[in-house]
Design a protein around this ligand. Structure first.
Ligand code: SF4
Length: 300
């Protein structure tokens, strides 16, 4: 497996509750890494030679800023590249943003990505003078904005590279987006979604790890649990052909997932993720260890 990047969901909690959030981030969410768990993850990652990078995501990473600083420092100290994704709520001004960012720069952070778009409550234009970007520039810290378009249509699957993180463009309709944002949008016939356009389910280059130990191939689609089996073992034993959800998705996309388990469905869906997420939600009772945790399916 070519897995090179672990994206740690530091917490499911967020100070916002955006309609397009894949992970149902919310102030009411639960789940937060302890420092001891993070140290265990870094130690286990050292045993997997292909892993060279940690990204820290959420939820909102900065609501646990002291833990985030310690996590970046520890990962950097062990030789991993590090990045952070944040909604930038803390960047109320450049001077204030410098206070938040300087400890992270000093801890060895390599990159920060700040969500800035109407879906996060920001104006539609991309500001060149975003206080977080300006503060990062002054600190010599590489930074960029992630801007997701308002949901008017579906993402062009041809524009996607499976396994690459979201950096902009249209919404993908999984998580809360599949429930909150699909109403009134144009739909395509359910049997046309014959491949997963966005995730390399057979050989992922990056996976997400949540505070419950779940390793996610896609949000809510789990390949194993690090609190139950070592990371190196999960990777070595992962065979997509025996995974009850990844196998049909690789064989024929969300359409095959519906066919394989003879699931009820509507005539059309906004995109492949909309059908996939909806189908997976109906299969949770049958495959609880692969379609978890409740947080990813909006169950509080
Ligand atoms: S929701 Fe399904 S179709 Fe969409 S990226 Fe994830 S696994 Fe692929």
């Amino acid at each position: 497996m070519k897995l090179n990047s672990l994206h740690v969901l530091l917490t499911y909690q967020c100070n916002y509750e955006c309609d397009h959030c894949f992970v149902w981030g919310s102030p009411r969410q639960s789940g937060m890494f302890s420092l001891a768990q993070l140290e265990d993850v870094f130690r286990q990652a050292l045993a997997v030679p292909t892993i060279s990078e940690f990204y820290f995501e959420g939820g909102e990473t900065f609501i646990y800023h002291p833990v985030l600083v310690k996590a970046v420092w520890h990962a950097h100290d062990l030789g991993f590249r590090t990045g952070i994704v944040t909604n930038g709520y803390w960047a109320s001004g450049v001077d204030e943003a410098l206070i938040w960012l300087r400890p992270l720069r000093d801890a060895g952070l390599d990159r920060i990505e700040i969500s800035y778009d109407p879906l996060h409550g920001n104006p539609e234009s991309e500001p060149d003078d975003h206080p977080g970007l300006e503060a990062a520039r002054r600190l010599g810290l590489p930074a960029n904005l992630i801007t997701v378009d308002l949901p008017t249509t579906y993402r062009d699957p041809e524009s996607a590279t499976p396994g690459e993180p979201l950096v902009g463009g249209n919404v993908m309709y999984r998580g809360r987006a599949a429930v909150h944002l699909t109403g009134g949008l144009p739909r395509q016939p359910w049997n046309l979604f014959t491949e997963c356009p966005y995730e390399a389910l057979d050989d992922p280059g990056r996976v997400h790890l949540d505070p419950f130990g779940n390793l996610h191939l896609c949000q809510g689609l789990v390949m194993g649990n690090m609190w139950e089996r070592p990371l190196a073992q999960i990777i070595a034993e992962y065979t997509p052909q025996t995974h009850p959800i990844a196998d049909p998705l690789l064989a024929g996309g969300p359409t095959e997932l519906v066919n394989r388990y003879d699931l009820p469905h509507e005539d059309g869906y906004v995109d492949a993720c909309h059908l996939c997420y909806t189908a997976r939600a109906t299969l949770r009772a049958e495959f609880p260890q692969f379609l978890t945790p409740d947080q990813m399916y909006g169950v509080s």
